[in-house]
Ligand binder design. Structure first.
Ligand code: ATP
Ligand code: MG
Length: 362
């Protein structure tokens, strides 16, 4: 079977380090293995509009920001097709047919949608488009016949929903759609990176992010204002790692080579953690180390971004080409779907023969 990867992001802001450890870093690694027959990376502007209908300018402005972040992280248009969702009308058509295979109560049970509705204070006035975005996401995934979807933990319910739609479609209309597999980050800290405020998830909507394009002094300021263990008051006090955002970030970003470079008195992260828990290790020292780690991780990304920023028309041209290529693939899937549902009347010679017979027999 062909190996196809699909994933994407909403253009509601620049990408942050949560996106990076949750999905972006993995995409680039997978891209560079050369194992995939096709890779599609989607800028999900139509999805972003489901909760930003009154602010289309925000979405419009952020398409280029997301594209620049992609290129800066190492997504390569020669190997990965980068596309803009709204420019592929086939995705709307697929969603429209999938809507018949999903119940309202099933959508209401989706825990991610539930918490996002709460976060946005939608209460009783939930836009229908927002409520049904898991269905449109199923259209995105199946349109490109994706087999692998590397995403953060918050996307688990969306992948479950997609699989249900695939099963339902295939059992009603015959084997047509491909079932995708979710690929979660290997490391617990990366599944759902907390915000710099210690809140459960770093998210553009919560304003608790370190952006990939952030300048060094901003990164430093954010690191030094981060949450640690509130009971760790004096250096000699034993510290706790539970809910300690600084250590969660180290779990997500630290590489073995950073110890000899920035903190040679420790062998590895386990030793640093043990010392913190025993007492005798101050928060400032750990924060200084985290700042060095993040600066080392983000500097090359920021520098590459600056290079791509020099030719913005070329970035739009890359998006146009990617979108055109992607549309061809989505159109093939839509044609398979319509044939399976037998709504391809004009290509259906059997149907025309049958109806002719009905009226000539008598
Ligand atoms: P918004 O607030 O507009 O929903 P977001 O920050 O949640 O933005 P998305 O565009 O919804 O970002 O998510 C894009 C991808 O990044 C998804 O695969 C998602 O799982 C992943 N992701 C987002 N935030 C995090 C995080 N804090 N930790 C790990 N992965 C994340
Ligand atoms: Mg989100």
């Amino acid at each position: 079977m062909r190996k196809v990867m699909l994933t994407g992001d909403r253009p509601t802001g620049k990408l942050h380090v949560g996106h990076y450890v949750g999905s972006l870093r993995r995409r680039v690694e997978l891209q560079n293995t050369g194992d995939f027959d096709d890779i599609f990376i989607m800028i999900a502007d139509a999805q972003a509009l489901t909760d930003n209908a009154d602010n289309p300018e925000k979405v419009r402005q952020n398409i280029i920001e997301v594209a620049l972040d992609y290129l800066a992280c190492g997504l390569d248009p020669e190997k990965s097709t980068i596309l803009i969702q709204s420019q592929i009308p086939e995705l709307c058509e697929l969603s429209f047919y999938y809507m018949n295979l999903v119940t309202v109560s099933r959508l209401q049970r989706n825990p991610t949608v539930k918490s996002e509705i709460q976060m946005r204070n939608f209460e009783a006035s939930i836009p229908v488009g927002f409520f049904t975005y898991p269905i449109s996401q199923a259209a995105d995934i199946t349109a490109f016949k994706a087999t692998v979807v590397p995403v953060g933990e918050d996307q688990m319910p969306m992948l479950e929903q997609t699989k249900e739609i695939v099963h339902k479609f295939n059992s009603v209309y015959g084997e047509t759609l491909v079932e995708p597999k979710i690929l979660l980050p290997e490391n617990q800290a990366c599944m759902r990176l907390p915000g710099t405020d210690g809140k459960a998830k770093m998210s553009k909507s919560l304003g608790n992010c370190i952006y990939l394009s952030e300048e060094p002094d901003e990164i430093k300021k954010k690191v030094f204002s981060m949450f640690t263990d509130p009971n760790h008051i004096r250096i000699e006090d034993p510290g706790s790692l539970e809910g300690n955002t600084v250590f969660t970030y180290l779990d997500a970003f630290c590489r073995p080579e950073y110890f000899p470079e920035f903190l040679p008195e420790y062998e590895n992260l386990d030793e640093l953690k043990a010392h913190y828990q025993r007492g005798g290790l101050g928060d400032m020292k750990v924060k200084r180390f985290l700042n060095n780690v993040l600066q080392a991780e983000l500097e090359p990304i920021r520098n590459r971004r600056k290079e791509f920023q020099k030719d913005i028309p070329a970035v739009y041209e890359m998006l146009r080409k990617g979108t055109e290529k992607a549309e061809k693939v989505a159109a093939e899937t839509l044609s398979d779907v319509k044939a399976a549902m037998k709504i391809n009347y004009f290509d259906d010679e059997e149907l025309i023969k049958m109806q002719t017979a009905k009226y000539t027999e008598a």
